[in-house]
Design a protein around this ligand. Sequence first.
Ligand SMILES: CSCCC(=O)/C(O)=C/O
Ligand SMILES: [Fe+2]
Length: 200
Amino acid sequence: MGVPDKDPREEVIQAWYMDDSDGDQRLPHHKEPKEFVSLDKLAELGVLSWRLDADNFETDEELKKIREERGYSYKDIIDICPEKLPNYEEKIKNFFEEHLHTDEEIRYCVAGSGYFDVRDRNDAWIRVWLKKGGLIILPAGIYHRFTLDESNYIKALRLFVGEPVWTPYNRPHDHLPARKEYLTAFMGNEAGDHAVDAAA
Ligand SMILES: CSCCC(=O)/C(O)=C/O
Ligand SMILES: [Fe+2]
């Protein structure tokens, strides 16, 4: 038996459980000892990931195929640094408030890096480190947040089906259909039913 091949996506996307400290959000915040999460485990939470050729994102056939298959007709680029993002401080603060969206959040990092934190089944934070070449899809209804890392810069492609809606619904927004649908799809019916009861 040989050593299993390393998942090539893990060169550009890594995930781990976070510690409980509320120190600088831009630090890695590994648990001690470190506890990594595989990208297959992330997929069980509905978080999908790809590794793509970020140097050629404008002409990349693999990206084109993902967009066609998933209906991502809209595309723009967000550059997160004080010089390029209007209302930088306010946006950085808002991105790090725990929230959900009623649509998928699709981000493809073409330069720099950053952390997307997502909640697992037990409501623990998993930190997903997205670097150049990593594309992730957060499903509608998942609680999450975003922060820059110590590099203080990310340039990301944002994709969307149709006209984009970026509205964040800060936690708690458990009564939204997108949240209930998420719980039903990825946490099993019981969790979805519980959320319905809690909102009643
Ligand atoms: C790197 S994209 C900025 C973060 C964002 O758009 C968002 O909605 C975070 O949850
Ligand atoms: Fe978001």
